[in-house]
Design a protein around this ligand. Structure first.
Ligand code: FES
Length: 59
């Protein structure tokens, strides 16, 4: 599922960023060398970060 339409980032990529050490939304975007454009995805990225932190076995 696409999380960020502006940059074409999907949930799998968000998980990947978390596995590589991203713990904040800004670090997720930095991992892919982008910055939020419209910002509509930021709250969802934060939700996914919280979920992946709670569920380390699903990383
Ligand atoms: S949807 Fe992610 S910056 Fe627009």
């Amino acid at each position: 599922m696409y999380v960020c339409i502006c940059h074409g980032l999907n949930d799998h990529q968000i998980k990947q960023a978390v596995c590589w050490g991203a713990s904040r939304a800004a670090e997720v975007y930095k991992h892919f060398g982008v910055r939020p454009q419209c910002g509509r995805c930021v709250s969802y990225v934060c939700e996914r970060l919280a979920y992946h932190k709670k569920m380390p076995a699903h990383r």
